[in-house]
Design a protein around this ligand. Sequence first.
Ligand code: ZN
Length: 147
Amino acid sequence: MTNETAERSQPRQRPIVPFLRLGEGGEKPYLVARKCKNCGALYWGNRVACARCRQQSGFEEVRVSDRGTLWTYSIVHQSMPGIPVPYVAAIVDLPEGISVRCTLVDVEPDPAKLPFGMPVEMVTRKVREDKDGNEVIAFFFRPAATS
Ligand SMILES: [Zn+2]
C-alpha cells in the first residue's frame, strides 16, 4: 500500500524515441543502436534487412558512446509555434561510426562558436508531459566539459 503511494507521487519518465534508454539505478542515460550481425553496420531503430550488406542476418542492440564530435549543423530561425528559436540542429558523429541528429544545447547559435569537430556530450532533459502525466525525456548534445 505504501509502495503504491510512493510510486504514484514520483512522475514516470519515458524516452521520446525508442533508441534512448534512461538508465536505471543512477546509471546515466544512453543511446542504443542496432548492429547488423553480418557486417556490423549500425542503425537507429528496427529494420528488416541491412542497407549495407543486404542480408537479413538479424541485429543486436549495442550501447553507443554519449560523447561524439560535431559533424555539421544549421541554425534554425523559424520553427513550429511553441518551439523557441533560434536553435542549433546538428549531426553528431559517435565513435562507433554512426551519426545522430540532435539539437545542440548550452551553446550560442553563432557559427564562430560552433567549430566542426567540437567534442560534445549527450544530456537529457524533460521536454513536456504526456497526457498521462509522464515526463517525456529527450536527448540533446552540448559542448563536452573539458577537464
Ligand atoms: Zn549488414
